[in-house]
Design a protein around this ligand. Sequence first.
Ligand code: UDX
Length: 447
Amino acid sequence: MKVTVFGIGYVGLVQAAVLAEVGHDVLCVDVDARKVENLKKGIIPIYEPGLTPLVQQNYEAGRLQFTTDAEQGVAHGVMQFIAVGTPPDEDGSADLKYVTAVARTIAQHMTDRKVVIDKSTVPVGTADKVRSVMAETLKQRGAEIAFDVVSNPEFLKEGAAVADCMRPERIVIGTDNPEAIEPIRELYEPFNRNHDRMILMDVRSAELTKYAANCMLATKISFMNEIANLAEILGADIEKVRQGIGSDSRIGYHFIYPGCGYGGSCFPKDVQALIRTSEQIGYQPKLLQAVEHVNYQQKYKLTQFIKREFGDNLKGKTFALWGLSFKPNTDDMREASSRVLMETLWEAGAQVQAFDPEAMDETQRIYGHRDSLKLMGTKEAALQGADALVICTEWQNFRAPDFDVIKASLKQPVIFDGRNLFDPERLAKRGFTYYAIGRGASVQVHD
Ligand code: UDX
């Protein structure tokens, strides 16, 4: 099938590459000429395991192409994906200007029936907006061409995007026109074998499904962080509590890991956007507000521990920081907990020596060159001469470090662990002061 994808961000590029991989003829359109040129040379704008060879192979096979020419894009696909960004407005609601611009472009240039698929995470009611923008544009042209608008939210996780997209747990399709279902079935047929993963519903339910999924997951994390904070004060160990509750199959083990807060491009943005949507229709979403608030506070947790250990004035202190990206296997720094940590440490006068396996360039891009930040080539180099070690991201190779090297490199054997990677008792035996999240029984409790 001929497919056009507008927007070569995370969602658009991965979706396009995966559709090409199963044999569809995919053309990607983006306004960023440099991005398009780079992709043609095999240079991928993001770090995502497995994506580079997938893009290169399908580009070489001619099934995946890139252009800045929107008119060509509209002419190409029967299916027109909208996968452009929906950045948060100043008040946290999703800004739809890029989505509506694509809708207008499609309507300006289309000459035959199109199925327009909203893939970006968009507020409930966006498909209606896309439909009316297109209808208005067609009317201005004096053209009478039929089209469908379908909501098809994406559930991929960064770091596992290709695998998630190749083997989706569900394919949610929202449409108010049953005729649009058949072409969508054909498009997704290769991903829908063995058992039917397609969940059909009306457009608004599909749009809300995406927000509900992300807000549910964010709620689980904030809930666990709240219980972790209680555990810390009560002298309980959240890791034991986590295992205790996760064993209940109704709760399950997934997404109940406490830590120094969730980040990324989705959870913070989507929780805020659903709060704004609720408020705009006169509903106070108290639970969502609490989820957001708990996460905001949780990002300050490690700095609070550091100040408990070293005092409020951190002038002259240097902290080794392992992990900058918002989670492992990505170079994405959006809403990363490490940013709040670094910024609060700098405010208190401290310096940071950081290491991350993938996100150093991105960190440099965001913070530039500054005396208070040194980016080090290895995790061991980051430790050299630092007062203590702080961990913000659970990259696999941070899990079993050489503790003798850590001890010999740091001025004091103190570790602040925002991802609960180590066994507190073992660290205590080795002579470390170990702060982790919600492990009150094993680490220093409140003063
Ligand atoms: C998320 C959703 O999982 C995905 O379905 C949606 O399409 C986009 O948003 P992503 O942002 O890539 O994906 O990251 P995810 O793996 O879900 O992690 C989000 C954040 O939550 C990370 O900062 C992670 O460290 C944190 N997290 C996750 C926890 O703190 N505890 C957990 O138990 C799980």
